[in-house]
Design a binder for this molecule. Structure first.
Ligand SMILES: Nc1ncnc2c1ncn2[C@@H]1O[C@H](COP(=O)(O)OP(=O)(O)OP(=O)(O)O)[C@@H](O)[C@H]1O
Ligand SMILES: [Mg+2]
Length: 379
């Protein structure tokens, strides 16, 4: 192996030594380096994403037998794609643990999420494929890379969440995260939608809603917005609220600019953001702010509570642009027509958080918390 990267050698000489001495067993090169797992993040040069990726690519290129090993792997005994199998092996070596199972949990829009089972705690492995553009999703291959960049800045907010990240052979990017247990807000509200109006149910819902608001208030206090709130991105754990999918998060630190922010899912996009998207070309990012995020969370809660998004679309099957227009025009449902039962205090808080005009809307998560806790307050 050639010692080309003097910066890397200088900063982590013992790791470089092990890389140089490593035999190839068709594993990820870093699987040969037991020392890597024990190095604190702040002291390991390889944890700086750009450097990690550069050294990763460099190390891979040094092991010519890898291609033969890839071909051996791709036999009928391995139903999972090779990239997942080899990343699971790599994660095993990183975590000093043996992967006991691989499960595909999500596969859409060019991005796949696998649950890797480990005795010491499962891992969510997210792969953003380079072919995504062919499936009609622009920039998807960069999303895992961008999310890794965001999470690197948010390590204090999401302690221990980001495990590792890198590039996929042949393009695309991957991200390994701690698996988080929890239910979505939609699931929490299911009994309420089915008629359970008991004080215990109301209490549970309100507490959960306040916990989510508080978690987002913490994020906002750090200068970040999640910017892609939707039911699947909020997991209510037994003791904490987890936010996931930070791929589109907007914050004070510059990130590679190859992902253009054009809002999240249409149901949760604030009217003013929808109007900006409609008024600008697709390659131009749109701004998002705290009131827009208040709207997004309230829309998630509205959907969980009534089974309907806040906007009454002209046609449910209308194309995305037409739905955005309905959102921008503030065409909202009449709650009386869709509520499962009467809960004026909760609906009052949602109403003020979903006000189409941003200047009249609850402006921040802390104010949203007040509205939920003392529900007759307006903005
Ligand atoms: N760390 C995690 N812990 C538990 N579940 C997770 C984790 N990461 C992802 N998931 C599961 O995988 C699903 C998809 O994850 P995520 O939203 O991050 O990926 P995505 O590719 O961006 O999906 P989408 O395009 O649908 O937003 C989540 O809704 C959740 O069910
Ligand atoms: Mg997602």
């Amino acid at each position: 192996m050639q010692r080309k990267d003097s910066e890397f050698l200088h900063e982590t000489p013992h790791i470089a030594e092990q890389l140089v001495a490593a035999p190839d067993h068709g594993q990820h090169p870093f699987a040969h380096i037991p020392d890597l797992a024990g190095i604190p993040i702040s002291r390991c040069a390889l944890r700086v994403p750009e450097r990690y990726q550069r050294v990763n690519a460099w190390a891979r290129a040094q092991i010519p037998q890898r291609q033969a090993a890839r071909e051996r792997h791709a036999g009928p005994m391995n139903p999972e794609p090779l990239d997942v199998v080899s990343l699971a092996e790599y994660m095993g070596s990183r975590l000093r643990d043996a992967c006991s199972g691989i499960e595909l949990v999500a596969d859409r829009r060019g991005s796949r999420v696998y649950r890797l089972q480990f005795p010491t705690g499962d891992v969510a492995l997210k792969l953003a494929s380079q072919n995504a553009e062919e499936q009609g999703v622009r920039e998807a291959e960069h999303l895992a890379r961008r999310e890794a960049g965001v999470l690197t800045h948010l390590q204090g907010f999401n302690l221990g969440y980001l495990i590792d990240s890198g590039d996929l052979d042949g393009g695309g990017s991957w991200l390994a995260l701690r698996w988080l247990d929890g239910i979505t807000p939609h699931r929490l509200f299911t009994p309420a939608r089915q008629g359970d109006d008991s004080p215990a149910r109301r209490d549970r819902i309100l507490h959960a809603a306040v916990d989510v608001v508080d978690r987002l208030a913490q994020l906002h206090a750090l200068g970040w917005l999640h910017a892609d709130l939707q039911p699947a991105h909020i997991l209510l754990g037994p003791t904490t609220v987890h936010l996931i999918d930070f791929a589109l998060a907007q914050g004070p630190h510059p990130l590679p600019s190859n992902v253009t922010y054009r809002g999240g899912m249409v149901h949760f996009t604030a009217p003013e953001t929808a109007a900006r998207i409609l008024a600008t070309p697709g390659d131009q990012p749109v701004a998002v702010d705290k009131p827009a995020e208040v709207y997004a969370l309230a829309a998630v809660l509205h959907l969980a509570w009534t089974g309907m998004p806040p906007t009454a679309y002209t046609h449910d099957q209308a194309p995305w642009r037409d739905k955005l227009r309905d959102v921008a025009q503030g065409r909202q449902h009449n709650p009386a027509a869709i509520r499962p039962w009467l809960w004026p205090s909760f609906e009052n808080a949602l109403h003020h958080a979903l006000t189409p005009e941003p200047e009249d809307r609850i402006p921040s998560m802390t104010r949203f918390r007040d509205a939920l806790s003392s529900p007759n307050t307006s903005t």
